[in-house]
Write a protein that binds this ligand. Structure first.
Ligand code: HEC
Ligand code: HEC
Length: 335
């Protein structure tokens, strides 16, 4: 009887963690009290081999048409997985139209990108930079087959795909590429900022109180300081409202004028992700705040507010080697 229960518990454990027979089940790192382990898509359970594969893919420029651009070229760890630029040019020279958002604690999020584009999973999101055309970023549209051919022709990737997806002997395809990228991105976890550790300076403490009192937390709410929703905050005003400008530049032919509602960004590591807002047109956090929440700033000490936002930076996250480029060479013996 006891053994029976243990066996059942064992089976549910493997299912719950998305474990793969013969491979160690995935364990989330230690999470703060009150933070539940994230839910992962039912068809994309976590395992260590998949995370390692996703990390390799995230840093691999082979994911772009001409081998010149990786996810990590726009999403740089030292910038909280943003890039320090207003927008980023794609492989064919298309100007970027939106600011590269930082990537932090995405595993707990269900709405992605700056606008309400209906993208609700990391797996769906990963197709956009690879094969999107408005704008072209990595440029695989029309060249889709080349990516899977490239990956399947590489003996190292063949083995890594087999380890990550043991039931799929045919190796790389777009579904598995996006699943591995999703698994890796779910490990971009940041709970080590001074704010998390309760180590705020007196000025930052004052800023935290003002953040709450000024109503910032109506939208920047919860553990990641976002409600995940889009709001009209009047930020399409810098020449965008009439559709003539997009990301500060003339709207290219065929592009829809931008919507006027934008998603509340998480403020984790926000001090590292500038320039700010959806168009990257706010050169400081101060400017970004005044541009969308000016009415709430009466009586607010901006230097305190900024000190609080600085306290959301997690230095360990920005330097965590597990999130950085994978070691050179193939991690498995390809014989
Ligand atoms: C050319 C630069 C560029 C490249 C390359 C790029 N991204 Fe992005 N990424 C962006 C921009 C810009 C956005 C915001 C798009 C929008 O809101 O319309 C974004 C948004 C995202 C988001 C949503 C984040 C959020 O908070 O909503 C994720 C996740 C993401 N990218 C992952 C990836 C992955 C995975 C790759 C590689 C397959 C990748 N990106 C390649 C520029 C890039
Ligand atoms: C009504 C909802 C709402 C309120 C209230 C609000 N924000 Fe925001 N915040 C947003 C949205 C939406 C954006 C993105 C707007 C855009 O990109 O155009 C944003 C962007 C930001 C950014 C830039 C983040 C980035 O990655 O570019 C900062 C910093 C910020 N808010 C701080 C604050 C502070 C401080 C307050 C209080 C004084 C505040 N916000 C009040 C919704 C809100």
């Amino acid at each position: 009887m006891r053994a029976g229960i243990a066996a059942i518990v064992g089976i549910t454990w493997v299912l719950a963690t998305g474990g793969v027979a013969g491979q160690p089940s995935w364990r989330w790192p230690h999470l703060p009290a009150g933070i539940a382990a994230p839910t992962v898509p039912i068809d994309n359970g976590m395992n260590a081999a998949k995370v390692a594969l996703g990390r390799r893919l995230f840093y691999d420029r082979a994911l772009s048409r001409d081998g010149s651009m990786a996810c990590a070229d726009c999403h740089q760890q030292s910038h909280g997985f943003s890039d320090g630029q207003p927008t980023h040019v794609g492989v064919t020279g298309d100007m970027g139209v939106r600011n590269v958002p930082g990537l932090t604690n995405l595993a707990w999020r269900s709405g992605f990108t700056w606008t309400e584009a209906g993208i609700t999973s990391l797996e769906a999101q990963a197709m956009v930079p690879m094969t999107g055309t408005k704008p072209v970023e990595m440029g695989m549209a029309g060249y889709e087959a080349q990516l899977t051919q490239r990956l399947n022709a590489d003996p190292c990737y063949r083995l890594l795909f087999l380890r990550a997806f043991p039931k799929a002997p045919d190796g790389a395809n777009y579904v598995r590429v996006t699943q591995a990228l999703g698994a890796f991105q779910r490990t971009m976890i940041s709970f080590g900022s001074p704010h998390d550790r309760g180590m705020l300076t007196p000025l930052a403490q004052k800023g935290a109180a003002q953040f709450a009192a000024a109503g910032c937390a109506t939208c920047h709410s919860g553990p990641d300081l976002t409600d995940g929703q889009v709001h009209y905050v009047g930020t399409a005003a810098l020449g965008e409202a009439d559709g003539s400008l997009y990301g500060g530049k003339p709207l290219p032919p065929g592009f829809e004028p931008p919507p006027e509602q934008f998603r509340t960004p998480s403020l984790r590591n926000v001090a590292m992700t500038g320039p700010w807002l959806h168009d990257g047109q706010s050169p400081s956090m101060d400017a970004a705040i005044r541009r969308h929440a000016a009415a709430q700033l009466a009586g607010v000490d901006m230097s305190a507010l900024l000190a609080f936002l600085d306290s959301l930076t997690d230095p360990d996250f920005l330097t965590n080697k597990d999130l950085g480029p994978p070691p050179a060479g193939c991690p498995v013996n390809v014989g």
